[in-house]
Ligand binder design. Structure first.
Ligand code: MOS
Length: 748
């Protein structure tokens, strides 16, 4: 998939320019084809039938009734599902999750796929699925954090230890002048991407052609190849646009069932999840219960920090929300301990969801810090300024760069924090609503994965840059093209940027807020390689004005190579290629995190979020009336897109604090509010005023371009700031999220 460049013409660096999304025009005019918009000839429609119980067996399905329904072509069940080369329950590596591909009659969670009905129309398939009338042998579902005996998981998140400590926490609590010991709860959340998971799949012999939204093309392709026993080259995935992913769009059971359905019927098949089916097989953020104990010495510094998280996972696979890990990186204390415990329940395996661990952990830690400040009669910002870590507390490593103090300062100034009364319930607006102000610290690791890229300089002076990068809506098409243009020292409108398909160089994962750094550094490297090859041609050629300058003696600018010692001697890319008789010259780039630098420095982005809420004193209704976030996350590739990422994160913070919650029926193990009417997320009216300040930060160590991630940090800090503002407005400390109006109905 290739996008034409926008008409934005300027000179100099593309990096740093606030250009609009290059795919924006396609999107607002409906010309961007999302996966489900594809209709290859002969297309059939597949609809999933899913279990209504959370635990037990399917004892019967009326396949006959469904199959004989008008328009139904086939019904796929465990009995006739095509064979796979790999057991879906085989665990090939920790990040390949076990799948539900009709391998047997077991039901291990509600909304698990139990059959697929394939028909000539969506209506026929939908009706056919209702005729299956599944019968079950149901067993009582195990639900919630209190179900079974807890256990210490083998590792949490991306394989970090479940328990970490330094110093003696009990001794630190012993000597503390002030103690906080509170428990916070966060609910299960589901990935409610605007675009549900979808596939359109066609088989041609053993070649599989797929349209599907995917935030990790190479991982998905590898998983599909393993399951079907194909070489990855036989699989072609197109994923030009995603309507959000949030961690859930690598590859999921329902999507693979679509490939199986297409194989079964020998025709192309489209399968799109219904909104309620999003609350099942595709993963979710598990609930947490977190106990935070803080000891504060007489001078207002922490003497101990103990953060213990409990979470849930499935009975058949491992993913553990690493909620307590945030306490490794933010506040200094001579003694810090973090630990995780889990229970297994009858639910699908949880997975990564925006700021997995950091979001849930931040809400507890930022609330507890606020409680400590209040208990010490200190301003909560002063308390943070006194306690934020100068070096990473657990590892002892210095931060590669850190502008947190500046974030606190700029955010506080913009918000007007200095006017905040210390005690709660001191402010009212003209309508009599209680007004409260709160602050939260934001942090997110600066990660990098591995990626490759290819760059070509053509004789006409234009460039082509290829990377299998993913645009989930965050603007990767645009930010990466800006890096590509600078990498080739061309204007943005002189390059063609291709991304979004699996035949392009592996761009790694659009996750962990690492995509711009990871794919961007590979792209940057590919451009530099192409230019180096061009310079070799020129400097070795007696006819070139650059002859003898050597690679290091040449610089690239505006489509020309110039002698560093005499810029009047230069030559255009096109002239160099023409004289060499070449149509083009190609460079390759690869990126990976540098373990040597990582062993020396801790790498994180930082920020501070300030919130204003208004609470109706009679009805308890809460409105977030103002949010100001100040973030420092290295080099800003595109300020418009970066700001938009912060906004998205902060809005998720509102959601976390006040809206989102999957309600599970304890009798059945089913999510009861599996739709966007009852699973609340903020709408425009809930976001009254939102500001994100981009705090300047040069990080010379994180990577050569100084890029950190901006996707997830906004989710951290914000929810805590809102909860703290609710306390400041009302004097009521709510520790179970989301905060509801019944928590705040005031005693008269
Ligand atoms: Mo994300 S949870 O890194 O897609």
């Amino acid at each position: 998939m290739t996008l034409e460049t926008s008409l934005h013409v300027r000179h100099g660096s593309s990096i740093g320019q606030p250009i609009t999304r290059r795919d924006g025009f396609l999107k607002v005019t409906g010309k961007a084809d999302f996966a489900a918009d594809n209709r290859p000839p002969g297309l059939l429609y597949a609809v999933l039938a899913v279990s209504s119980i959370a635990r037990g067996r399917v004892t019967s399905l009326n396949v006959q009734a469904a199959r004989s329904h008008k328009g139904v072509v086939e019904v796929m069940t465990a009995a006739n599902r095509p064979a796979l080369a790999q057991d879906p329950d085989e665990k090939s590596n920790p990040f390949m999750f076990r799948l539900d591909l009709l391998q047997n009659d077991r039901v291990r969670y509600a909304n698990q796929p139990i059959a697929v009905v394939i028909a000539e129309s969506l209506e026929s398939a939908t009706e056919g699925a209702t005729l299956l009338q599944p019968q079950y042998e149901a067993e009582p579902a195990r639900v919630g954090l209190d179900g079974d005996e807890g256990f210490v998981p083998p590792g949490v998140g991306i394989g970090t230890p479940a328990e970490i400590h330094k110093g003696d926490v009990e001794a630190g609590l012993e000597i503390a002048a002030t103690l906080i010991d509170e428990t916070y709860e966060t609910p299960a959340q589901y990935h409610n991407a605007m675009e549900p998971h979808a596939i359109v799949a066609s088989w041609d012999g053993d070649a599989l052609s797929i349209d599907m939204p995917c935030q990790a093309l190479e991982l998905a392709r590898g998983r599909i190849a393993g399951l079907f026993g194909l070489s990855p080259e036989k699989i072609h995935i197109r994923s030009p646009f995603l309507g959000g992913g949030f961690g859930s769009k690598v590859i999921s059971s329902p999507q693979i069932l679509g490939f199986l359905a297409a194989r079964l019927v020998g025709r192309p098949v489209k399968l799109v999840l219904r909104r309620d089916q999003m609350y099942g097989a595709i993963g979710h953020r598990a609930p947490t219960r977190q106990r935070v104990r803080l000891g504060v010495a007489n001078d207002g510094t922490l003497s101990a920090l103990d953060h213990r998280a409990k979470t849930t996972s499935s009975l058949y696979d491992d993913f553990f929300e690493p909620a307590a890990n945030i306490s490794h990186t933010l506040y200094a204390s001579p003694a810090i301990a973090t630990s995780h415990e889990a229970v297994r329940i009858d639910i699908a395996t949880p997975t990564f969801m925006r700021a997995p661990g950091e979001a849930t952990g931040s809400i507890a830690l930022e609330s507890a810090i606020d409680e400590a400040a209040a208990a010490c009669s200190m301003d909560p910002l002063d308390f943070r300024l006194k306690n934020y870590a100068e070096v990473e507390p657990i590892s002892g490593k210095p931060f590669s760069s850190k502008a947190l103090r500046e974030c606190y300062a700029q955010g506080a100034e913009r918000f007007g924090w200095a006017r905040r009364p210390r005690a709660p319930r001191q402010m009212r607006d003209e309508a009599g609503f209680l007004v409260g102000w709160g602050v939260g610290t934001a942090t997110f690791p600066a990660l990098m994965f591995q990626a490759k890229a290819r760059a070509v300089i053509r004789r006409d002076g234009t460039g082509l840059v290829e990377s299998g990068a993913h645009d989930m809506g965050q603007g990767a098409w645009t930010a990466l093209a800006q890096i590509a243009a600078d990498g080739l020292a061309l204007e943005l409108d002189q390059i063609e940027f291709s991304a979004g398909t699996s035949d392009l160089p592996d761009a790694g994962i659009a996750g962990g807020s690492a995509h711009t750094a990871t794919a961007g550094m590979a792209i940057h490297g590919a451009g530099a390689d192409a230019i180096a090859k061009l310079a070799e041609l020129a400097t070795a050629d007696r006819r070139s004005p650059l002859y003898g300058a050597g690679n290091a003696g040449v610089i690239a600018r505006n489509g020309r190579l110039l002698r560093r010692d005499d810029e009047s001697r230069s030559e255009s890319y096109g002239d160099i290629l023409a004289r060499a008789g070449l149509a083009e010259i190609e460079g390759a780039g690869a990126s990976t995190a540098d373990p040597a630098t990582q062993s020396v420095y801790a790498m994180h982005a930082h920020g501070a979020v300030f919130a204003e809420v208004k609470v109706d004193p009679d009805l308890g209704q809460i409105r977030t009336t103002r949010l100001v976030g100040a973030f420092a996350a290295g080099r800003v590739i595109n300020p418009r897109l970066v700001r938009s990422q912060y906004y998205g994160g902060m809005i998720w913070g509102i959601s976390f604090a006040l809206n989102e919650q999957a309600m599970v029926d304890r009798r059945t193990g089913r999510v009861m509010n599996a739709d966007l009417a009852e699973y609340h997320v903020p709408v425009n009216a809930d976001v009254v005023s939102l500001e994100a300040l981009l705090v300047h930060e040069d990080d010379p160590h994180v990577n050569a371009l100084g890029i950190k991630g901006v996707g997830e940090i906004g989710v951290t800090g914000t929810a805590g700031a809102i909860a703290n503002a609710v306390w400041h407005a009302t004097g009521v400390r709510v520790r179970r999220f989301p905060i509801k109006l019944e928590d705040l109905v005031m005693p008269i």
